[in-house]
Design a protein around this ligand. Structure first.
Ligand code: MN
Length: 441
């Protein structure tokens, strides 16, 4: 069963260590999080820790010591083997397993971290650690750092500052390798097939909850870990609540159903797809108008996701088409430029058009550096997800048309996962149909 592709992780560690240039990085695993009483949420490994180690246990710590010679740079602190704990909570790799299977240069019990951390970090120029994210280990790191600073004033060497690992890891994770692209293909394919299952069986379902069950059951059946995020199954006006996750309303044949769901694989690669379909098998005239606007915006935005473009351009392409479409049907008024510059569309479209996708659903990586927009490159994966949400929740801005009742309760988003390539943008979620003709029965 266990099949860790060590070459992939070794390569990542090598690149990371090269970037560290004399610094010592401390990258902690996640801990289990309490759900209630003595029950915990399903374990979710820290994405950076996973990216560098492939080690899927809680409460471990990885050290990356770029100031040490080869063969002494990758240290793992793990929970030691313990028969009783393993009977209750399951198998552990232990110290030996961490060295043998996960290729740590040296492994220790996590119980020794306090004593050994200063020894390992000694001689590094700087400490690399994410402040504010790992409360349990942060105290140990700061104590060690404080002692070192004190010492430094006497001996003149030692780390003088702590900086964030994100600077090094985000740019690595933003560009997906061939291996990662293939894992993303699988996560997204399973996610797309789940949406197809919804489309095919919608006429037989009568509650949002059943749709959630269908999708998430399919994820598990396909061997995924489960949903990548809380599935949004929102019928009718519920779709105007962007992060609706109650998923427990009866389905009304006259409404649309918005489903935003994707799976997470066992190695944490994620899909993120949204489809909006007519519950009764036919769009009303109004629903069809809005759907066509969103689909047109989405297709054009996808086409603009080419090398050298950027995520802001992709957003602006979608936004312009949404605004012009909404003007045509009388839900916005004025010059397109003025509407966009003054945000007069935000009662109908209140989010950005996409985000990076990877080990995190909203994956790491800058979109811009101040005024500089990060250009799209081969190997980046982003979502393109424009929408229109018509409800009373946000007041109509002054000077804009009041909303006729016939439009209210329509919430539509269409979201695909896009790989930026040397040629055209590749729609990884293409298996989930979205043309009106395909959605009607
Ligand atoms: Mn998304």
């Amino acid at each position: 069963m266990f099949n860790l592709n060590n070459k992939i992780f070794e390569k990542r560690r090598e690149i990371f260590l090269n970037k560290l240039e004399g610094k010592a990085a401390i990258i902690p695993a996640s801990s289990l999080v309490k759900h209630h009483a003595d029950c915990e949420y399903p374990f979710r490994q820290d994405s950076n820790f996973w990216y560098l180690t492939g080690f899927d246990e809680p409460d471990a710590i990885a050290l990356f010591l770029s100031h040490k010679p080869k063969g002494e740079r990758f240290i793992l602190f793990v929970s030691p083997k313990d028969v009783v704990s393993e009977v209750w909570h399951g198998f552990r790799w232990g110290i030996e397993g961490a060295e043998k299977e996960f290729k740590a240069d040296k492994a220790h019990s996590i119980n020794d971290i306090q004593d050994l951390l200063p020894v390992y970090v000694e001689g590094s120029d700087e400490i690399v650690f994410s402040i504010g994210k790992h409360p349990r280990i942060e105290k140990v790191v700061l104590e060690m750092f404080a002692k070192q600073l004190e010492n430094r004033s006497r001996v003149g060497i030692g780390a003088n500052s702590i900086q964030s690992p994100e600077r090094f890891l985000n740019e690595m994770r933003l560009i997906k390798s061939e291996f990662e692209i293939n894992r993303m293909r699988e996560a997204i394919q399973i996610s797309a097939e789940a949406h197809e299952l919804v489309r095919e069986s919608i006429l037989l379902k009568n509650n949002e909850r059943q749709i959630q069950g269908l999708i998430e059951g399919f994820f598990l059946e396909k061997g995924a870990r489960g949903p990548a995020y809380n599935s949004i199954v929102a019928s009718g006006d519920n779709a105007c609540v962007l992060h609706y996750t109650v998923n427990n309303s009866p389905l009304n044949k006259r409404d649309l159903l918005l489903v935003d769901a994707g799976c997470s694989l066992t190695d944490y690669y994620n899909g993120d797809i949204t489809r909006t379909i007519p519950i009764g098998g036919k769009f009303s005239k109004e629903q069809k108008f809005i759907y066509e606007i969103v689909l047109d915006a989405q297709k054009n935005a996808i086409e603009s996701a080419v090398i050298g473009s950027n995520s802001n351009t992709v957003h602006n392409v979608a936004l312009k088409i949404l605004v012009e479409g909404l003007k045509e049907i009388g839900l916005l008024r004025g010059s397109t430029e003025e509407i966009i510059d003054n945000g007069l569309y935000k009662h109908l479209y209140m989010h950005r058009t996409g985000h990076w996708l990877g080990l995190d659903v909203h994956d790491v990586g800058a979109y811009r550096m101040g005024d500089y927009e990060v250009p799209l490159q081969h190997g980046m994966i982003l979502t393109v997800e424009p929408g229109i949400y018509i409800s009373d929740r946000i007041p109509v801005p002054d000077g804009q048309p009041t909303i006729d009742e016939k439009w209210k309760g329509i919430g539509i988003r269409i979201e695909d996962d896009i790989l930026v390539t040397e040629k055209e943008p590749e729609i990884l979620s293409i298996a989930a149909l979205k043309e009106i003709a395909d959605l009607e029965s």
